[in-house]
Write a protein that binds this ligand. Sequence first.
Ligand SMILES: [Zn+2]
Length: 368
Amino acid sequence: MSDLREKLGIEDNAVDKEIDMSDVIEKEVEFDFNKYIESDTKTKPVTKAEQEKSADIKKAKPVDLSKISIMDRSPIDKEKDLKEVLYGRMSAVQIVAAQSGYMAKVIPLVHKDQISLIYSNLSAYEYKKTIFKVIYDKVVMFSVGSMTFEEWLKNTSVSDIETFYYGIYRATFPDGTYTFTCPDCGEYSIFKINPNNLLKTTDKKKMKELVTAVSKNAINKEAMETYSLINKTEGFELADSNIIMELRTPSLWDLLEIYRNVPETVIDRDEDSVTMMLYIKRFLIPYKTADGEINYTEQTDSQEVLRIIDNLSIDDSTRLKNSLYERENENRISYSVKNLTCPKCKKEIKDIPVSIEDILFTQIFETE
Ligand SMILES: [Zn+2]
C-alpha cells in the first residue's frame, strides 16, 4: 500500500491547509437541493448595462495615499486582520456528494489555484491529480470528519466531482455567465448562470430523500459508508460470451489509477472504452471443467480489461453500456442550463446539459 502511495506521489496528510471553517465568517450558502430541483425559472441574458458594470468592477479604484493612516499593530492582530480581509468575506457553499454519502463545505478559488489550473505542462495523470488537490484544498468542512487527500480520493465518486465544481463555482463566481451558441441562427449570446436552476437527477423523489438523509445523518465514516455507492458492486452476465462483469461506482482514486496505468495515447484514442473500464471492477471469464462444471477465472488488469471491452460482440457491448449507464446515473446529480430563449431568433430551449467543470474552467481562463 505504501509502495503504491509513493508511486502515486500522494502526501499522507493535509496539514498544509491554510484556512478552516472558523476563518470563513461572512456567510454560508445552503445546498437547498429540495427547493432548487423543483425550480423552473428562466435563464436570463446578460444585459448591456450589466456587461459594462462587470467591466467596471474589474478595475481597481484609485485612492489618495495622503489620506491613509498607517498604525502599529501586534503581529497577532496583523495576522487576524489579514485573515479577516482575505477569507472573512468569502462564502462557504454547502454541497452534498450524493454517490459518496457525505456533505461538505467549499470556499472560492483564489489566485494561486488559478495559476495551478492554468500553467501546466504536466502529464494527463499529474494534471488530474493537481486539479483534485486544488478541489480538496477548497474543502473547509466534511460532515463525516476530516479526511486526508488520499482518503478523500478513495471516498469520493467520480460523478460527484461535478457537484464539487458546482459549489466552488458558486463560491468563486456568484455572478457567473454561460456563453450560448444558438443551434438555429448561430448567434452567440451570454446568459447569467442561475445556480437555483441547474440541478438535475433521474429520480427526484429518491434524490430528495437521499440529500435530506445525508445532510442530517452522515456525521461519521460509518454513516458515510451506508450511503456511499463506492465499494458496493453488482454482477451481470453478458449473454453472448457468458463473461460476468462486476460493476462499481468508481472513486477519484480509481480514475487516477487508470490515468497512471493506461498510456495517454490509448486514453485519447479510446475515451469511451476507458470510461467503461472505470466502472468495471473485474471480469470473470467462464471455463468448463473436465466434469462439465462452469468455473471462472478473474481479470482485473487494466490493459486486459480494455482488451476484453474492445473485443466484445456488439450485443454484449450494448448490454455492458446499458448496465453501466444505469450504474452511472444511480444517485447522481447532473447539471443543465434550463429555460433559455435565444435573444435573436427567439428559439426556446428547455434544457442544455452542461459540464460545470467546463463552465468553471472557461471562466478561469477568461479572467486570467
Ligand atoms: Zn437563435
